[in-house]
Design a binder for this molecule. Structure first.
Ligand SMILES: [Zn+2]
Length: 73
């Protein structure tokens, strides 16, 4: 059994020379934590956490450039 909360992850990349972020990929997230867990939902496969705001669709935006910096660890 899992929490199975859902969200949509938008992976964006900043256009070179502009301040425009373009969406490159749209991924569905499924929470893999236990039901009634504390804290944010988490998709282990995508290594992405999110929180649910009541009354709004769950949407997570991940900036790809930032993501690449984190992989240097
Ligand atoms: Zn969850």
């Amino acid at each position: 059994m899992a929490c199975d909360a859902r969200a949509v992850l938008l992976v964006t990349r900043q256009m070179e020379g502009t301040s425009t972020n373009v969406a490159r990929q749209r991924i569905e997230l499924f929470c893999s934590l236990l039901p009634d867990h504390a804290g944010p939902h988490r998709d282990e496969a995508q290594n992405q956490e999110w929180v649910v705001v009541k009354g709004r669709a769950s949407m997570v935006v991940r900036d790809e450039d930032e993501d690449e910096r984190q992989r240097d660890d």
